[in-house]
Write a protein of this length. Structure first.
Length: 201
């Protein structure tokens, strides 16, 4: 294996860990919010009507929007376990838990990489997993290309993914991770200087 090939695999694995961790983080947060929602039939009817208007190709009924709080709590805990699992993988390729958690909060608050929050966290992990499998020679180039599709929320139809847009988002993710890391390093340096100055006095 060449150094270039190894670097590609590490880069893809870093991106996979970041996008998967964010997916489970945002799902955990969404389900936590769901626990606070009014679980009434009237609310469920309203949500069903809204979703039917927005996504007409999927049938909805009010019962789809009624939830069992125990099940939701289990989902929150499962998402947390998956989030921690991907943090461990991220740490193995040089992204600390502190950095990744800060990144997830940043994206969830719509301060950066907005497309990842909107839809990217549903598609990018699958695409990056396929890229990693391709680099491992587990799938063919054709199988890799077949993975890169986007499902329309409005029609439900699959279309080829916009690869140029994906590359742009990947660069945004990497830039954001680097910026967070640099800020954390700078804060640590400043903190060390304060401690040293205090010790000298």
């Amino acid at each position: 294996m060449t150094t270039k090939h190894l670097n590609r695999k590490i880069r893809v694995l870093r991106l996979l860990a970041v996008t998967q961790a964010y997916h489970y983080y945002t799902m955990m947060q969404l389900n936590r919010q769901l626990l606070q929602c009014n679980n009434s039939w009237m609310t469920a009817e309203h949500l069903s009507n809204c979703f039917s208007a927005m996504i007409p190709y999927i049938e909805h009924s009010p019962t789809d929007f009624l939830h069992d709080k125990e099940e939701i709590l289990d989902t929150v805990l499962n998402n947390y376990d998956e989030f921690k699992k991907w943090i461990k993988i991220a740490e193995s390729v040089g992204i600390s838990e502190k950095t990744l958690t800060a990144f997830c909060k940043n994206v969830d608050n719509a301060q950066s990489v907005i497309h990842l929050k909107a839809l990217g966290h549903l598609m990018y992990p699958e695409w990056l997993m396929a890229m990693f499998s391709y680099l491992e020679n587990d799938i063919s180039k054709v199988e890799l290309q077949n993975t890169f599709v986007e499902i329309s929320l409005f029609s439900g139809k699959a279309t080829p993914a916009n690869f140029a847009k994906f590359r742009k988002i990947v660069l945004e993710i990497e830039t954001n991770i680097l910026q967070i890391t640099n800020k954390q390093i700078y804060r640590n340096i400043k903190q060390s200087e304060k401690i040293d100055n205090f010790a000298i006095q």
